[in-house]
Design a protein around this ligand. Structure first.
Ligand code: ATP
Ligand code: MG
Length: 160
């Protein structure tokens, strides 16, 4: 029987309820889902990779077919190495579409056997991004309902 392994890549700095919405949907559809944290970003992160992995592991523990991992370099090289058939990405609004389309087509050029699958989160999360969460936390606003409570706690200690 065919078993589908999907990779959900991102920076997850930090994981939000929008990411979790997508992880839950992905874990339902695919046999296994790897949430893969991209290590080599140019942007200055708020949370170090080990902290991001720890938070992700904690909040995805309830889904036995979800694994947390980290990768460097080209996503398609990592996907081939893990023998994944699918890349999962989220589309929040039209503004995500252009960049995601470009990435999906370029990734298909690099590896035609791997499909990118897009999912939409619940509408309540369609305006939610890690960048906004970082900004709100830095400015002392409340991120309740936007991130899991362990992330909220870590944000509070991080920005103080
Ligand atoms: N609220 C959300 N709902 C659905 N998908 C999301 C949401 N936030 C992020 N995603 C998707 O998760 C994947 C990883 O995104 P990423 O790690 O860049 O998160 P982000 O919230 O966009 O962070 P940043 O603001 O730092 O770019 C992307 O496919 C992105 O579209
Ligand atoms: Mg993003």
């Amino acid at each position: 029987m065919k078993s589908i392994l999907a990779i959900y890549p991102g920076s997850f700095d930090p994981v939000t309820n929008g990411h979790l919405d997508l992880i839950e949907r992905g874990a339902k559809i695919f046999d296994r889902l790897i949430v893969a944290v991209l290590q080599n970003l140019e942007k200055e992160p708020l949370f170090a990779v080990p902290e991001r992995l720890e938070m992700l592991r904690e909040v995805t523990r309830k889904w036995p077919n979800v694994e947390i991992d980290v990768f460097n370099g080209l996503l398609m090289d990592y996907a081939r190495q893990r023998k994944a058939q699918v890349i999962l990405r989220g589309i929040r609004a039209i503004s995500d579409y252009e960049y995601e389309l470009q990435m999906a087509l370029m990734n298909r050029k690099l590896e035609p056997n791997i499909e990118t699958v897009f999912m939409m989160p619940a509408e309540t999360y369609s305006y939610l991004s890690s960048r906004l969460v970082r900004e709100i936390a830095r400015l002392g606003g409340s991120v309740r309902d936007l991130v899991p409570s362990i992330v909220e706690e870590r944000l509070r200690t991080k920005v103080h």
